[in-house]
Structures are given as structure tokens and as C-alpha cells.
Write a protein that binds this ligand. Structure first.
Ligand code: HPA
Ligand code: ZN
Length: 325
């Protein structure tokens, strides 16, 4: 039977998690105190009470201002290291971590401070068996010029970054706004993926841009694709991985999109289950597997297939994949 315990112990890859979204209330308060930043809350209860959101925009309005507590390279290290220990507990063998440099450079923190702290934590996680890589995201509500500069700054750190992604507020910020930067990223050898958040205005257009024009290797969220059978066939034929996030979905919409996720899984699409922003959405990856498995009565075969999909749609080598699938 599929139990919480079984799901926790199942070896998995995590492909949709934002390092900034792993900032737990206790670390947030600790860093606020150390760095003398007034975040408006003084206790864990007060921080948790401030987590009131019911869509992407209201979530992002809570999420981004709190990042002011991150100041030094060690702060970024501590944030990533705390997550990587949780990854180990959840039997995550491989993780591809999103981070948002512009959320920090825009408030005067250097790109180096961010990348060096995060990267050093990923290297230290090897000692406890977690293979961690970084995916740098552009903030889609920032300008094209800001994205261009960010990609340029990343050049010196090319070896520390596996791929490029796109996140933050999708409304009025289509994928095509960044098409030339993604083309440039591919020419520099980065892997590419993009958020296609659930139930957006123009979801299907955005998904088409990502798949047909820009040529992403994965879709982050993207479950609105079920509205368009041709796109579902496209994703199936090209083996585009889809990184879904049940608990996140429950927060920003009315449900976890379990019907969409299980339908796509049944069609043979490489759907994975991930935690997105676990410090905000009430659970790490195993809890996301459990939420879906419990609500949709998933079989052992189904959850094992999801875990296999997570490795198959990851950006590890085919040789490494053979260790897991
Ligand atoms: N969508 C868009 N932006 C985000 C997300 C997300 O799921 N998580 C953190 N930033
Ligand atoms: Zn996300």
C-alpha cells in the first residue's frame, strides 16, 4: 500500500523548488534579528499568520519582501543547506534548485554573494548523498534588459548553473518577452525550462510559446495543457517533463489539480511531483506525493512511475539515470 512512510523512502528527484521558497519562519526570524531587519513580525506564529494568500499575486506579495532578511553569503548558504538536509530526509537523490538572483541584486546584494552561498551549500550536500544543481530564473515581471544583464552576470559562473528558468508574476508577462534571452541561454549550453502557472490569463498561448517557439525541455506547472489535446500529444511525443506541485496548486487555486495530473500520468507523460515553495505551502516533497496519493487513491505503480518520471525528466546524464529508473 501507498503510505506516507513508503513515499518518504521512495528515491526521487525534485525538479521544481525555489530556494527562496524554502525560507522557514524560524530561519526568517533568526536572520531578521541577526541582520537588524524589521519584517513586521516577531514570532513564528505572527509570521505564519502573515501567510495569507489565495492566488499567485497575493502569494508573491508575501514572498518577495521577506527576502530582505538574506544579506550575506553565509545567509544564502544557510538557507540552501537547511533545505538540502530536508531533501536528504525525503530521500531526494537529485535536485535542481531554482533561484532568483534579481530578487536580491535589485535590493543591492551582489550576484556573487547569492551564487557563491547557494553553490557552496550544493557542494557540501554531496557528503550526505544529495546531488544538487542550480537553475537560475529570470523574474518575468522585471524588464527584458534586467534579464539580459542577469544572463551576462551569470557568464562568470557558467559552471555553477545547469539551466535557466522563468518565474514570478505571469499576468501580462508572456514567455515571448524573454525569447531572445532563452535563445542566447541555449547557445551558451544551458538547459531551459519555464513556469506556465496554473489558470493564467492566456495559459494556452503561453504554453504554446514555451513549447513551439522557444523549445523548452520542461514545463513547470503547465497542467492547463489538458485543455488542448494537440499540445498534450506534442508533450508526449517530445518527452517534455512536467513538474507539478499539488500543495502549491491548492494554495493558489481551488484544488490541487489532481485530475489533470493523474490524466497526464495515465497518458504516459513524464509528470513529476514537487514542492514549489514548501515553507509557504505546508510541506516538502513527500507530503506533496502523499497529498496527491491520498486524494486520488494512487497505486504503488502510479507513485513509482512519478518518481521514475522525476529522474527521467531531470538533467542528469543517461548513465546516472540508469542508477534510478
Ligand atoms: N510561480 C511563479 N513564481 C513563483 C512560483 C511559482 O510557482 N514559486 C515561486 N515563485
Ligand atoms: Zn514555482
Amino acid at each position: 500500500d501507498v503510505t506516507r512512510e513508503f513515499l518518504q523512502q521512495l528515491p526521487k528527484a525534485e525538479l521544481h523548488i525555489h530556494l527562496e521558497g524554502t525560507l522557514e519562519p524560524d530561519l526568517k526570524l533568526k536572520l531578521a534579528q541577526k541582520n537588524h531587519i524589521n519584517i513586521g513580525q516577531n514570532t513564528i506564529e505572527e509570521v505564519k499568520k502573515s501567510y495569507q494568500f489565495d492566488d499567485l499575486a497575493s502569494f508573491l506579495a508575501v514572498y518577495y519582501p521577506a527576502l530582505a532578511v538574506l544579506q550575506t553569503e553565509q545567509d544564502f548558504y544557510d538557507l540552501a543547506y537547511a533545505y538540502l538536509l530536508k531533501a536528504k530526509d525525503n530521500h531526494v537523490r537529485h535536485v535542481e534548485l531554482f533561484f532568483d538572483p534579481q530578487a536580491h541584486t535589485s535590493r543591492g546584494i551582489s550576484f556573487e554573494t547569492v551564487i557563491n552561498g547557494f553553490y557552496r551549500a550544493t557542494q557540501d550536500a554531496k557528503s550526505f548523498g544529495v546531488d544538487a544543481q542550480l537553475i537560475m530564473c529570470f523574474l518575468r515581471d522585471f524588464s527584458k534588459e534586467s534579464a539580459r544583464q542577469t544572463l551576462l552576470e551569470a557568464k562568470k559562473h557558467r559552471d555553477k548553473i545547469l539551466g535557466i528558468g522563468l518565474d514570478s508574476d505571469e499576468h501580462h508577462n508572456p514567455q515571448m518577452k524573454f525569447a531572445t534571452h532563452f535563445e542566447n541561454a541555449v547557445s551558451q549550453g544551458y538547459h531551459i525550462t519555464m513556469h506556465c502557472d496554473i489558470d493564467q490569463v492566456d495559459s494556452i498561448d503561453h504554453i504554446k510559446q514555451a513549447l513551439e517557439v522557444i523549445g523548452v525541455e520542461r514545463l513547470d506547472h503547465g497542467t492547463n495543457i489538458v485543455e488542448n489535446p494537440d499540445l498534450v500529444d506534442f508533450v508526449n511525443q517530445k518527452q517534455i517533463g512536467m513538474t507539478t506541485c499539488p500543495k502549491s496548486n491548492s494554495f493558489v487555486s481551488a484544488d490541487m489539480k489532481g485530475k489533470e495530473i493523474t490524466d497526464l500520468l495515465a497518458k504516459g507523460i513524464e509528470v513529476s511531483v514537487n514542492s514549489d515553495d514548501p515553507a509557504y505551502f505546508g510541506g516538502y516533497i513527500s507530503e506533496n506525493y502523499w497529498a496527491l496519493a491520498e486524494a486520488y487513491d494512487l497505486s504503488v505503480d502510479q507513485v513509482v512511475q512519478i518518481a521514475k518520471n522525476s529522474f527521467n525528466s531531470s538533467w542528469i546524464s543517461d548513465q546516472q539515470k540508469r542508477n534510478y529508473v
